[in-house]
Design a protein around this ligand. Structure first.
Ligand code: PLP
Length: 363
């Protein structure tokens, strides 16, 4: 092999494997009625108001977007009570996760995150060639005590997801507060709340922002808001932390149509409420269906369920693909992650699962 001088971190990097796109499976199978429950997207798509807002702005495509993101920051400020100077916009929250790591972590430093956490935490750490400290999970949940105890003198950043992807597990405010008390103020804690809109009554992260200047709350418009294709996320933090994040953020990382869509999506609370209702109903449907098949699942406060299929997950995933159902094999023995879909999608998944595992539903 010829010598290609990639930096050490990137030379060892295994890239993120996204959920299989519907179009790809359509080409492979030559069928069109495919159900994708693999990437935790909103099964309702996006709000009709988002489509109207984007359509009205198409003439602006020829111009650079507002690099400061004024309209979107204004909407975030109005809705969450966090001022412009404390907001960082991202091209999806994946972009932000990378910005966090690049802003605060160098090669000699370490990053703490949990086993069974979001795969991107390990990837952004590896890209810097920093040390990853992966703390064993407690069951499928973050072990916050063990994570606090794992912090070393060279630890610069901790990634935490609540609820966690791919397990759906969560922790309460008091547990998080106790955790934050133990973390030195020079260690950045990223609280990744990609699914917070689904069960908002359970955790108010924003009140911790004033208490802890080392806290970053990360949100995305890709899941409940239904804007996955447009790539918008935002981070809330202290003015000082936000200043660093914005130094390396690309000046036009969020495009104009995405910002317009995000504003419309944030304003349409009725759509979010409807998405919650559909999610709760779908979760109940999947839980009942899985239980009737004699299988178990991990209780979830997100829009997906980690199911113990009691079989090899790679083989089960492949067999489901042949039935036109795309789910996610997340590297956990015997388990598959299934996004909650519409009633019809969930039904198709349950029927396919029963078929490929040779199980029969008991009433
Ligand atoms: C989906 C997800 C994200 C990222 O989504 P973006 O589309 O990049 O905003 C971030 N964190 C977790 C835990 C997720 O599940």
């Amino acid at each position: 092999m010829t010598f290609v001088p990639a930096n050490e971190g990137i030379a060892k990097l295994k890239p993120y494997q996204p959920g299989k796109p519907i179009s790809e499976l359509e080409r492979e199978l030559g069928i069109t009625d495919i159900v994708k429950l693999a990437s935790n997207e909103n099964p309702l798509g996006c709000s009709a108001k988002v489509k109207e807002a984007v359509a009205a702005e198409l003439a602006e495509i020829g111009r650079y977007p507002d690099g400061g993101g004024f309209i979107l920051k204004d909407q975030i400020q109005a809705q969450f009570g966090v001022v412009h100077d404390r907001i960082t916009l991202g091209n999806g929250s994946n972009d932000l996760l990378e910005i966090f790591a690049r802003s605060f972590v160098s090669e000699k430093d370490s990053v703490v995150y949990s086993q069974h956490a979001f795969a991107v935490y390990g990837l952004v750490t590896q890209a810097i060639n920093a040390q990853a400290i992966e703390v064993p999970a407690k069951g499928f949940s973050h072990d916050l005590d063990a994570m606090a105890a794992a912090v070393q003198a060279n630890t610069k950043l901790i990634f935490i997801a609540n609820p966690n992807n791919p397990t759906g597990t969560w922790f309460e405010e008091a547990e998080f507060d106790a955790f934050m008390q133990k973390i030195p103020s020079n260690v950045i804690v990223v609280l990744d709340e990609a699914y917070v809109e689904y069960f908002p009554e359970n955790f108010n992260s924003l009140k911790f922002l004033d208490q802890y200047s080392n806290l970053i709350v990360s949100r995305t418009m890709s899941k409940c808001y239904g804007l996955a294709a447009l790539r918008v996320g935002f981070a809330l933090a202290s003015v000082e932390v936000t200043d660093y994040l914005n130094r390396i953020r690309q000046p036009f990382n969020v495009n104009h149509l995405a910002m317009v869509a995000a504003v419309a999506a944030l304003k349409d609370e009725a759509f979010i409420e409807q998405s919650r209702v559909v999610n709760k109903a779908g979760m109940a449907q999947l839980e009942a269906g899985v239980t009737a098949l004699g299988l178990s699942f991990e209780p979830s406060r997100a829009n997906f369920l980690l199911i113990n299929v009691n079989a090899d997950p790679a083989q089960t995933f492949a067999a489901l693909l042949k039935e036109g159902v795309i789910v996610r094999h997340v590297g956990i023995a015997n388990h598959l992650r299934v996004s909650i879909g519409t009633e019809a999608e969930n039904e198709k998944f349950l029927a396919a699962l029963a078929k490929v595992l040779g199980l029969e539903a008991k009433a």
